[in-house]
Design a protein around this ligand. Structure first.
Ligand SMILES: Cc1cc2nc3c(=O)[nH]c(=O)nc-3n(C[C@H](O)[C@H](O)[C@H](O)COP(=O)(O)O)c2cc1C
Ligand SMILES: CCCCCCC(=O)C(=O)O
Length: 386
């Protein structure tokens, strides 16, 4: 399936072989094997990416236990489908923070997408808009947030890490407001990078020409004091706390979403602090290895917030049936991370559009086969825990 996607820049993306200045090691021709699942794209991405880019985009922290278990958690549940339910008027529609969405598949914030392909975040945004998928842009994007917002009308959530100073955080938020973003997603599970052994083994560093352009000009962390501890006195010297979330809540009228919530007590605290939604996430197993798989922890967070705010989740989603299972355990919507950059590296924006189409199709087919004509019909009674 070849998709022609308007880039928003007056031409169509058809040159999938322009791999200059990226972490992609060879071109992928249109005649390459048919890619029919997100797993097929992951396998193709292993060939398409340089070892350095693959270590960054596909790796996790430590022994990658959480990375593997995020995915394995879906296989612990079998589906118990219902029959003869009728599907008239069926759809995957939902409402989320005042927006009507045609399906519950969001694009997670993923940094440095131009390292995967020159189409970068703008290409992803174009594909997301074509497939009506809400996209979250990383503050560590390799393109200016204003350009990406222009490239795709569904790129409307902006992710931030709390910066070393409140002024710097506000600078990002004000830019996002001005660019038309509707939500600030604050990632709270990575005040410091995890132990990325896979990256260390290949000597990972950003290639020339790829940079976190939206952070340029903002103050770096304070220097390491003489005799100080690198973790506590340098990287974590200005680590954010709940007071900073409450402060940020007062600074902006945009929706405020906390990403990286796993403990039910933190979920309750986030709601009290004014969060409009939560994302159950362990950063795709990239930060604290052996942290709990997200699907395992999702029900506790859903139970803790008692419907006060929508609970989204990410981690390991590659199949429509995964989305059904997440939804059955209380997720309003899901996000995908690695599949975006895997598809991008293989076929640029066309690849991203294709995996979104594949996942939407799989979700619709799985719903139909489970006897669910709407997302609201998906409940825990569909699951058998093995
Ligand atoms: C290469 C890469 C870069 C990421 N960059 C960010 C980021 O800048 N901000 C953020 O909040 N999460 C980031 N994440 C985490 C994702 O948003 C998401 O939580 C995770 O990828 C979901 O798991 P999945 O990859 O199994 O779908 C990144 C993930 C990957 C794989
Ligand atoms: C302090 C953690 C920075 C990580 C930046 C990008 C990211 O979230 C990821 O690679 O994962």
């Amino acid at each position: 399936m070849i998709l022609e996607i308007p880039t928003g820049k007056g031409h169509h993306i058809n040159d999938i072989n322009d791999f200059s200045q990226t972490g992609t090691r060879h071109s992928v021709e249109n005649s390459d094997p048919i890619l029919s699942s997100l797993g097929d794209y992951a396998a193709a991405a292993r060939q398409a990416m340089t070892p350095v880019a693959a270590a960054y985009f596909m790796g996790g922290a430590g022994d990658e236990v959480t990375l593997a278990q995020n995915r394995a958690a879906y296989d612990r549940y079998a589906l118990v489908p219902r029959i003869l339910t009728g599907m008239t008027g069926g759809s995957t529609r939902l409402s989320l923070l005042g927006r009507e969405l045609t399906h519950p598949i969001l694009l997670a914030p993923v940094a440095y997408q131009r390292m995967a392909h020159p189409h970068g975040e703008s290409g992803t945004a174009t594909a997301a808009a074509a497939l009506e998928a809400l996209m979250v842009l990383s503050c560590q994007a390799s393109e200016p947030m204003e350009d990406v917002a222009r490239a795709g009308t569904t790129c409307r959530w902006f992710q931030i890490y709390m910066q070393p100073t409140r002024d710097a955080t506000l600078t990002l938020v004000r830019r996002a407001e001005a660019a038309g973003y509707e939500a600030i997603v604050v990632t709270v599970d990575a005040p410091i990078s995890g132990v990325r052994n896979r990256e260390m083994r290949v000597g990972y560093e950003l290639p020339d020409g790829i940079a976190p352009v939206n952070l340029q000009g903002l103050p770096p962390p304070p220097p390491l004091p003489e005799g100080g501890n690198a973790v506590f006195d340098h990287f974590m010297a200005n680590a954010p706390g709940w007071a900073d979330i409450e402060w940020l809540r007062r600074q902006t009228g945009l929706h405020l979403i906390l990403k990286g919530v796993l403990h039910p007590d933190d979920a309750r605290r986030a709601v009290s602090a004014g969060a409009d939604a939560l994302i159950v996430s362990n950063h795709g197993g990239r930060v604290l290895d052996t942290s709990v798989p997200t699907l395992v922890q999702l029900p506790a967070v859903v139970d803790a917030v008692q419907g006060a705010v929508p609970v989204l989740m990410d981690g390991g989603i590659t199949r429509g049936t995964d989305i059904i299972k997440a939804r059955a355990l209380g997720a309003t919507a899901v996000l995908i991370g690695r599949p975006i950059v895997e598809a991008l590296s293989v076929r640029g924006a066309q690849g991203v559009a294709h995996i979104l189409r594949l996942l939407r199709d799989e979700l619709e087919i799985a719903m139909a086969l489970c006897g669910c004509s709407s997302l609201d019909m998906i409940g825990p009674e569909l699951l058998h825990e093995m």
